[in-house]
Design a protein around this ligand. Structure first.
Ligand code: UDP
Length: 544
């Protein structure tokens, strides 16, 4: 590794002079520590103290310059998990003059992205917290290209899925523990610190029970672009185009099984029943038996993915459009309260169908009270608490991460009741649009309608007319749109309610509910295909 960071690649003397003269320079985005990413010249890291160091000189700068607010609670989140107090980033400060008394710095010539992985042994966390945020943070800053260096500061070893992190750039990612190999003081010539949270869709329940994030900013398009990029790097080609006719004859479903815990106890029976029901081939995969590229390849051609609730289900982001995700929940676990995979499948433009099935029969469940607590054991609890858990019929809402009732229930094995599962599936398969052929739906929104106008006339003392007309949005003439409609809102001035109308043409004369000698405020907007809303044109003031 030391060779990889070969000091020959940069002019060491020049770099040292620049550091001594200019010190560290920092400019960040974001108003809060939770939405901040910072770019540094010459950010250093002292491996003995395990601290980042900002060197002040006459020409260094630090934006935002927060003073002590930098510690309230931190400059930024180093992982994509919002405001987690084990994931904060900050640095110590020193005058650049102190360099004279410090070990000779080793310079990292690569443009570096410094971050914390949140839980690199869990596949859901790997994709949701790390891979997607890293991928899109790299697209936010153009110098974080294929040559960029990733540095993981959370302090874990490589973890079970390190090969996936390797796909994100051509350089080997560095772990915190490896930094000491480079020397006592490392200085990153150019670096970015922190991760974009723009792509995350789930909060794990640290401050309120887990659930979808309040303001999801990612769509299926970005998830699928990421998935394609990863598949390209794994040399996986999706079947499509002319082959898709053959493909349809060879539909298959995938059972993603867990072989260590949370088992499906009648997996063979389940597979037979699904083969019969859907007249499809079955393929089983598990993280224990196939390598991940193989699993991605299989999933990317599947029509249905069936799995127990668990991190392996994040692999549904590789499913083709139109596929069905079937998530199985053990006894006493309410699917509505644990929705990371439902939320993923339901992102607009993911174009996946989702169905949850829950074991409602306690006898079909095998629990493991004697196991260690983190695998759902409850033997360490007092008798009363154990009894309470054993008789409870549903785990109440709870916070992450050590709720013993939750762990006890979620680590149960399950005999899947086949008739009830088939029933749930039939309902979905019936309504299933043949999306495998369909192209992704358009997401082009209308522009404003142009030249909105109103004309009024008074018919009688209690009768008036209001004619509103407008021109089509500018972008419409370049588009093929299945259905173009217009929405008009009419509000009598001073009232706080309005009447909405959906109209097919570019003008309309209103006479019902229109009073003489009254001022109306009128808003008009265009709608493509029922749900793509355009902006309202400037409000019209129309006096009858
Ligand atoms: N895992 C697996 N097979 C098993 C048990 C776990 O592949 O039998 C994987 C799982 O998909 C996840 C990791 O091991 O990536 C940790 O599993 P855990 O049960 O802790 O987390 P969960 O799946 O509930 O998120």
């Amino acid at each position: 590794q030391s060779q990889e960071l070969s000091q020959a690649r940069i002019d060491y003397h020049a770099a040292l002079l620049a550091l001594q003269e200019h010190g560290t320079r920092m400019v960040c985005t974001g108003k809060m520590h939770t939405d901040r990413i910072c770019r540094f010249d010459y950010l250093c890291y002292c491996t003995e103290a395990e601290e980042f160091v900002f060197f002040h000189s006459n020409s260094s700068f630090m934006l935002p310059n927060l003073g002590p607010r930098r510690f309230q609670p931190a400059l930024l989140d180093l992982s994509s998990v919002e405001d987690h107090n084990t994931q904060y980033f900050n640095f110590l400060e020193l005058p650049a003059a102190a360099l004279k008394f410090m070990p000779k710095p080793v310079f990292v010539p690569d443009v570096t992205l410094i971050l914390n992985r949140f839980n690199p042994d869990n596949l859901m966390h790997v994709f949701h917290d790390d891979l997607l945020p890293i991928f899109y943070t790299m697209r936010q800053y153009s110098d974080l290209d294929d040559e960029a260096r990733l540095v993981f500061m959370e302090g874990w070893g490589e973890g079970a899925h390190f090969d996936l992190y390797r796909l994100l750039s051509s350089k080997q990612p560095l772990l915190k523990e490896q930094l000491r190999n480079f020397g006592k003081l490392m200085c990153f010539t150019k670096s970015y610190v922190g991760l974009s949270k723009m792509t995350t869709w789930y909060q794990y329940g640290f401050v309120q029970p887990q659930g979808p994030k309040a303001n999801i900013l990612v769509s299926g398009n970005e998830i699928r672009q990421f998935a394609s990029s990863l598949m390209e790097k794994l040399n996986i080609t999706t079947r499509g185009g002319e082959e898709s006719v053959a493909e349809e004859k060879d539909e298959y479903f995938v059972v993603f099984s867990r072989s260590i815990n949370r088992l499906i106890l009648n997996e063979a029976e389940l597979i037979l029943a699904l083969v019969q029901e859907f007249q499809m081939r079955a393929v089983t995969v598990s993280l224990e038996e196939q390598n991940f590229p193989r699993i991605v390849k299989v999933i990317s051609g599947a029509s249905i993915l069936v799995s127990m609730h668990g991190a392996q289900l994040v692999s549904s982001l590789f499913l083709p459009r139109g596929a069905i995700v079937v998530e199985l929940f053990p006894y006493a676990v309410n699917p509505e309260q644990y929705t990371p995979y439902k939320t993923l499948a339901s992102l607009p433009g993911m174009d996946l169908q989702y169905v949850a099935w829950r074991n409602m029969v306690e006898e079909n469940s095998v629990a493991y009270p004697e196991r260690p607590w983190e695998q759902g054991g409850i033997a360490h609890l007092d008798k009363e608490e154990q009894d309470h858990i054993l008789t409870s019929k549903e785990v109440p809402r709870h916070l992450c991460c050590r709720n013993p009732e939750w762990l006890y229930r979620i680590y149960q094995d399950t005999i899947v009741d086949i008739p009830s599962l088939l029933e749930a599936l039939r309902a979905i398969v019936k309504t299933r649009p043949n999306l495998k052929k369909a192209k992704p739906a358009s997401t082009v929104h209308p522009g404003r309608v142009r030249e909105p106008q109103c004309q009024t006339s008074v018919q009688a003392t209690n009768e008036a007319k209001l004619t509103v007309s407008w021109q089509i949005p500018w972008n419409l003439k370049y588009l093929k749109v299945r259905e173009v409609k217009y929405e008009v809102w009419i509000q009598e001035q001073g009232e706080n309610t309005y009447m909405p109308y959906i109209l097919p043409h570019q003008n309309y004369t209103f006479s019902e509910n229109i009073k003489p000698f009254t001022t109306y405020l009128v808003w008009v907007r265009c709608i493509f295909n029922k749900n793509l809303l355009g902006p309202f044109a400037d409000v019209l003031m129309c006096r009858t």
